[in-house]
Design a protein around this ligand. Structure first.
Ligand code: NAD
Ligand code: 89Y
Length: 344
């Protein structure tokens, strides 16, 4: 049994703790044995809710006292670098929530620290673990549409994300860093690495400090072109939060992941339509169930990687490729120029 500790018992960590409990109950070989939060009320509430007795206000003290196989960091970005470096110094494999850090230099330093310590490092970049997006990737790999040459990953919503995550309205950077990072990672996952980024941003909601709308044009190394677009200022006939919609055109056909998880794959012999709705886990709540299932899947993957010694799909090193797209998007939006993310 792998013994883990979770740091940061806030809004999103409840999903991670529910998923860890599922993994323990299903005999998945991992459990959370200790919790840390510098906020005593949040720490006590999580400890009671999940029946975890060992609690700490300080991560360094927890790592010194506990015998752990990994740590799972669910705090917000400003604390990520210090906590990941602390885990590396303690030779502890570490998962860290997205966005990996406030700056690209921090992210690179975190990857370097884990590599120098020889510890596995995974970013909790869970969108590519959403089962509808896995179904899209499988449809590409199945070959029915031939070679993709164009794509779009779109996330447009008017959902009040600020109610659960008030800090999102306060930062100088917003949608590209918080949500765009997922959508850009999805584009990398589906279409491959990127040679050019051209982005434009808008701030529509006056209550939000950073940009809340972004449109990014990606030139992929394999010649495909894709569009990533995100908005938290879109009032739509159907509110689809937190669904990412996907369009892909290939040499032999097309894929459309449209509203409410309808997947249409058109090939040379016609169109196959499937409902790829994610399951509603017992602890999940609509509309978050899609994201919540992906938390369980990525955490299972982490346990699998620790046991087999393989690198996680969203390793710290892999995630530098995604972070470079976020950085390139901000730079492109600020300068009006196309940016090669590989030069950052
Ligand atoms: P939150 O503010 O609700 O919770 C963070 C908790 O961490 C707080 O309780 C805080 O007291 C604690 N904390 C902060 N620094 C600490 C430290 N150094 N030591 C101990 N405790 C510390 O934040 P949240 O909304 O839960 O977001 C956490 C992270 O999850 C963010 O990085 C966010 O981007 C990410 N997130 C991811 C998804 C996803 O789908 N992957 C969704 C929502 C949020
Ligand atoms: O923080 C964000 C995330 O990671 O997924 C959706 C979100 O909760 C709000 O944009």
């Amino acid at each position: 049994m792998l013994n883990g500790a979770l740091i940061g018992c806030g809004f999103f960590a409840m999903n991670q703790l529910n998923a860890w409990r599922d993994i323990e109950r299903e005999g998945g070989g991992a459990r959370i044995v200790a919790l840390c939060d510098r906020d005593p009320e949040r720490l006590a509430a999580a400890a009671t809710r999940f029946g975890i007795e060992r609690t700490y206000p300080d991560a360094a003290e927890m790592m010194a006292r506990e015998t752990l196989d990994f740590v799972d960091i669910a705090t917000t970005a400003p604390s990520h670098r210090g906590l990941v470096e602390l885990a590396a110094a303690n030779r502890l494999p570490v998962i860290c929530q997205k966005p990996v850090a406030p700056t690209f230099d921090d992210a690179k330093a975190m990857v370097a620290a884990c590599e120098a310590a020889g510890v596995p490092f995974m970013i909790h970049e869970n969108f590519r673990w959403q089962s509808p997006l896995i179904a899209v990737r499988e449809a590409i790999d199945g070959g029915a549409i031939g070679t993709p040459f164009w794509g779009r990953v779109s996330f447009r919503s008017g959902y009040d994300v600020y109610a659960g995550q008030p800090y999102l309205a306060e930062g100088e950077r917003f949608i590209l860093e918080d949500l765009g990072v997922h959508v850009l990672d999805t584009a990398r996952f589906l279409f491959g690495d990127v040679a050019g980024v051209a982005a434009r941003t808008n701030r529509v909601n006056p209550r939000v400090r950073g940009e809340d709308v972004a449109t990014v044009l990606l030139s992929h190394e394999n010649g495909a072109t894709s569009i990533v677009d995100c908005s938290y200022s879109s009032r739509l006939e159907q509110e689809l939060f937190p669904q990412a919609l996907v369009e892909i055109d290939g040499s032999d056909g097309s894929i459309r992941l449209s509203a409410n998880y309808r997947l249409a794959v058109t090939g040379k012999f016609g169109t196959e339509v499937r409902d790829v709705s994610p399951p509603l886990l017992p602890w999940a709540e609509r509309p978050w169930h899609n994201v919540q299932e992906s938390v369980l899947l990525i955490q299972r993957h982490w346990v699998d990687c620790l046991r087999s010694g393989k690198a996680p799909s969203t390793s710290g090193r892999d995630n530098l490729g995604t972070y470079a797209l976020v950085e390139a998007s901000y730079l492109s939006a600020a300068t009006g120029k196309t940016v090669d993310p590989r030069t950052l």
